[in-house]
Design a protein around this ligand. Structure first.
Ligand code: GLU
Ligand code: ASP
Length: 497
């Protein structure tokens, strides 16, 4: 963005009014709160909706396929951030992207709320994937826009925003989980739709006053000549994909399994393409190339980390349903409630971690070390959850506190890796690609879940020890490797801390 536009934006946003932060943060905080409320609320019941029998209100899909679908879904949601980021940057600006995204998400949840068949379910997936791609990266990037370059409140602004994400993620499983599991899944999805509706209303009615010009500029608009070329390419691509789909489905080539493989390949290929393009670009300087090399191992660590963290809503959700004592201490717990644990722990411990980093000052771990600690905790969380089977076999139900402990440990890692990850991406990606850093960071989650879709099929109560052991073990080995390489990576970062 040009300096002049940046200044105009900052001047147009009331610089006080939300906990000492610009008023625009209020709008962004609650828009993202409601978006995450609807996303994680839906996700808390999605896997059960898919594999519960039709007589219990579900779709009756087999468990292993259901787990893979949730992973594919999560992967596509974050992959589509590339499209959302591009559209905002070149065609309509971030504010419109957030608004259109919210509408698509709401429609997606409404489609799920209407009792329908599996076709309806896939239609809703398309809406939510595209909608989240439009909304999520763009709402986060507006947070950066409302502060001036040297405003010291910027980092804490992102931390407050991060709290909004996790408040939404915490509250929604308590509501959609309760309603969805005890009354009807569709009603639960309906609550998610209402959440997004409220978010949209709030965004619409407060944006002018609070956000001023933020999000209204198109940073790098398509020139008229380019427009024609780009739109023809898009049209041709859409037609080719449509033909391929129309031909391959009846021929039996595009089956669910081949689609899973396709997304898996995309999950790995997209980051590779991104890195190659950035590395080879003439706009990238030598120092930036070195930083990019340093970023690769961090990115791989992030993929491994999110692969485990995201299994909290697939494999561990299944574990909560099938392997856990849900009648506990006089209460009957819904398995969906476990989805609130991760964000709850984030809300409690994020301020403690922030305080700890501040106290440690210069003695705090470096970025690569934090990533490696993140991985070690993620690995440990899987080792912990294999212990019940190790001690008592897989025939009896497990005390829910094991799951609580596993979710807790992963959060210790998440707090080392996730808040640092985005800022590390911003600092290590070449400046010519700065508009895409958000999408690049989300590609780590996309790749993780694309790989998960391949991996989750190997899970079953009979194989659970091996499953958790191998994945947890790989994370720990990678974590140790990263710890050893950390000083070397730091030198490649050329002064970035
Ligand atoms: N849980 C965070 C969110 O929903 C992090 C997402 C990610 O990077 O995977 O925003
Ligand atoms: N901790 C996740 C994120 O920061 C939320 C979740 O997994 O529920 O938003």
């Amino acid at each position: 963005m040009s300096n002049e536009n940046k200044q105009k934006i900052v001047a147009s946003v009331p610089q006080k009014g939300f906990f000492g932060h610009p008023k625009g943060l209020f709008t962004l905080f609650f828009t993202e709160f409601w978006e995450r409320f609807s996303y994680y609320g839906m996700k808390a019941i999605l896997v059960y909706y898919m594999y519960y029998e039709v007589s219990k209100g579900g779709l009756g899909i087999d468990e292993s396929t259901a787990l893979a679908i949730v992973s594919i879904y999560g992967s596509l949601v974050y992959m589509s951030g590339i499209i959302g980021g591009w559209l905002a940057d070149r065609i309509f600006g971030t504010s419109k992207a957030v608004f259109y995204g919210g509408i698509l998400i709401m429609l997606g949840h409404i489609a799920l709320a209407i009792p329908g068949n599996i076709t309806m379910f896939f239609v809703s997936m398309v809406f939510i994937v595209l909608g989240t791609g439009l909304l999520k990266p763009n709402v986060s990037s507006i947070v950066g826009d409302i502060y001036s370059e040297n405003d010291e409140r910027r980092d804490s602004g992102f931390s407050i925003f991060y709290m909004g994400i996790n408040f939404g993620a915490f509250i929604s499983p308590l509501i959609t989980g309760e309603i969805g599991m005890k009354h009807s899944f569709h009603l639960g999805f309906g609550v998610a739709a209402i959440g997004m509706f409220l978010g949209l209303l709030l965004f619409l009615f407060t944006k002018k006053k609070n956000l001023g010009l933020a999000g209204t500029f198109v940073n790098n608009p398509l020139a008229p000549a380019e427009k024609k070329k780009v739109f023809s390419i898009i049209a041709i691509a859409v037609v080719i994909v449509a033909i391929l789909v129309a031909v391959s489905i009846p021929m039996g080539l595009l089956t669910f399994d081949s689609f899973v493989v396709l997304v898996g390949i995309l999950g790995v290929a997209l980051p590779i393409i991104y890195f190659t393009v950035m590395y080879r670009s003439p706009k990238t300087s030598d120092v930036e190339r070195s930083r990019l090399l340093a970023y690769i191992p961090l990115f791989i660590a992030a993929v491994m980390f999110w692969a485990i963290q995201e299994q909290g809503s697939t494999i561990l959700a299944n574990y909560a349903d099938k392997r856990t004592q849900l009648d506990f201490a006089g209460f009957s717990i819904s398995p969906a409630l476990f989805q609130s644990l991760n964000p709850l722990f984030i809300i409690i411990f994020a301020p403690i971690f922030a305080w700890m980093w501040m106290k440690l000052g210069k003695r705090q771990p470096t970025i690569p070390q934090k990533f490696s600690i993140g991985l070690l905790f993620a690995g440990l969380s899987f080792i912990v959850i294999l212990l019940p089977a190790y001690f008592a076999g897989t025939d009896s139900l497990v005390n829910p506190l094991w799951l609580v402990l596993s979710y807790f440990i992963v959060v210790l890692g998440e707090l080392c890796l996730s808040p640092v990850g985005l800022s590390a991406t911003t600092k290590l990606a070449p400046s010519a690609f700065s508009a895409q850093t958000m999408s690049l960071w989300f590609l780590a989650s996309a790749a993780a879940q694309a790989l998960n879709a391949q991996v989750v099929k190997f899970y079953s109560p009979e194989t659970e020890m091996l499953y958790f052991g191998v994945i947890g073990g790989v994370a720990i080995v990678l974590g140790i490797l990263l710890l050893i390489l950390a000083p070397k990576i730091q030198t490649f970062m050329k002064g970035i801390k």
